[in-house]
Design a protein around this ligand. Structure first.
Ligand SMILES: NC(=O)c1ccc[n+]([C@@H]2O[C@H](COP(=O)([O-])OP(=O)(O)OC[C@H]3O[C@@H](n4cnc5c(N)ncnc54)[C@H](O)[C@@H]3O)[C@@H](O)[C@H]2O)c1
Length: 261
């Protein structure tokens, strides 16, 4: 891998690392040479990903965490420092989606989505920045929804808009400490979250709905394609590495051109 994209000697924490985009980021960081803490509410899933990294010759450990709990996020960062000696890269990727028409969203559902997607990112930014004694990079996962609302996703849209603003706010305050803070706004990716679009209630894949959904999403792209998790991970590698050294406060739109801002 080209020198500026190397992460040798770096320590990274990735939340939501058991699945989808987080898994791709964790394995990509490890392949670039970082020691990686794979963190997830799904502790067993995180363990499987850490083992996959280790089996491939990389260095990783797993850690169960609920990012909506500030103390657990602090403990996660402390574990990374304790086990690997420092923290250089924090990827606040964990997220959830509860699809619901705006008039049906309950206060509990709204609070739940904000707690994971927005409060979780806030706790992750704070805990990481406090631990980044030699500078570092914080990467927050937003969504294409920050630029283009879609139906049944109001709580998700509110949370991701907040992630964009937190990213900017932390970037302007932490730059002087040698900490960059940036975000990624992915387009539609096949993952755990998007399964709601094409998996039946019994968990079986609805192939017709899957094909319709993929074609529908692809049709909004000038490239006539959807994005995959590995392509988001490549953007996360760019941001985390020296290749992205001049970038802070920005949200990278990795969406196949579906939203142009
Ligand atoms: N898939 C997409 O189309 C898409 C598009 C834009 C943004 N995103 C964002 O990408 C991120 C990753 O999502 P994904 O698509 O890989 O979905 P995913 O469901 O495959 O992965 C999300 C992971 O987060 C974990 N998680 C959920 N709640 C948690 C909590 N409270 N604490 C710790 N971990 C928790 C889940 O266990 C899961 O492993 C999310 O922030 C999501 O909003 C996804």
């Amino acid at each position: 891998m080209a020198g500026v994209f190397q992460l040798e000697g770096k320590v990274a924490v990735v939340t939501g690392a058991a699945s989808g985009i987080g898994k791709a980021i964790a394995t990509t960081y490890a392949a670039a040479g970082a020691k990686v803490v794979c963190a997830d509410l799904d502790a067993e899933g995180a363990q499987r990903v850490a083992k996959e990294v280790a089996d491939g010759g990389g260095t990783a450990l797993s850690h169960g965490v609920d990012v909506s709990d500030a103390d657990q996020v602090t403990a996660l960062v402390a574990r990374a420092v304790e086990e690997f000696g420092a923290l250089d890269i924090m990827c606040n990727n964990a997220g959830i989606l509860i699809r619901r028409p705006v008039l049906d969203i309950t206060p509990e559902e709204f609070q739940k989505v904000l707690a994971v997607n927005l409060h979780g990112v806030f706790y992750g930014c704070q805990a990481a920045a406090r631990a980044m004694k030699r500078g570092g990079v914080i990467i927050n996962m937003a969504s294409a929804i920050i630029d283009r609302p879609s139906t049944e996703r109001a709580s998700y849209a509110a949370s991701k808009g907040g992630v964009q603003q937190l990213t900017r706010a932390f970037a302007v305050e932490l730059g002087g400490l040698g900490i960059r803070v940036a975000g990624i706004a992915p387009g539609w990716v096949v993952s755990g979250i998007t399964q709601q679009d094409y998996v039946r209630e019994d968990g079986a894949l609805d192939e017709a709905r899957f094909t319709d959904r993929v074609n529908d999403r692809a049709s909004t792209s000038p490239l006539n394609r959807i994005v995959d998790a590995q392509e988001i991970a490549h953007a996360a590698l760019y941001l985390a590495s020296d290749a992205g050294a001049a970038l802070t406060g920005q949200i990278l739109r990795v969406n196949g051109g579906t939203v142009l801002v």
